[in-house]
Design a protein around this ligand. Structure first.
Ligand code: MG
Length: 162
């Protein structure tokens, strides 16, 4: 059985993951309206991934005999600036999420909850990948600078994400 404390921390993490999904969907909508369909596509994929993360924890809580209690999800920002600024915002957000996962892992260690530690290891690896992908896009956006042609090429590349 999960401890009450761990269960409530995992419920909180589900809300973090679903907020991430919401944030990326809001960014997708911004890119749709900015004639950058590739960036919008990439953000919608992020939205799906984050929903998947939330559902992974949802399933885990129930597998451990726990009960998921959904928390409120905040309203994401609706106004965004340049693609570079948006991607910087994504990186900052992902770093925050990495922090919340590390805090959960620390709690799992403190409680000798080995199963939760193993479950969280997947998320720790995922965050490394997540941050690296965003850093790569930021580097490419910096290379592109103000060149419209470069931005359109990058938009096409992001639109090809499977
Ligand atoms: Mg996530």
């Amino acid at each position: 059985m999960l401890s009450k404390k761990m269960q409530s921390a995992l419920n909180q993490q589900i809300a973090h993951e679903l907020y991430s999904a919401y944030l990326y969907l809001s960014m997708a909508s911004h890119f749709e309206a900015s004639s950058l369909p590739g960036f919008a596509h990439w953000m919608k994929k992020q939205y799906e991934e984050e929903t998947g993360h939330g559902m992974k924890i949802y399933a885990y809580v129930h597998n451990r005999g726990g009960h998921v209690e959904l928390e409120a999800i905040g309203k994401p920002p609706v106004k965004f600036k340049s693609p570079l600024e948006v991607m910087n915002q994504v990186l900052e957000h992902e770093k925050t999420v990495t922090g919340t996962i590390h805090a959960l892992y620390e709690l799992a260690i403190k409680e000798n909850d080995y199963a939760t530690q193993v479950m969280l290891q997947w998320f720790i690896t995922e965050q490394v990948e997540e941050e690296k992908t965003v850093v790569d896009i930021i580097e490419q956006l910096k290379m592109v600078g103000d060149a419209r042609a470069g931005l359109m090429m990058l938009d096409r590349a992001l639109g090809a994400r499977g």
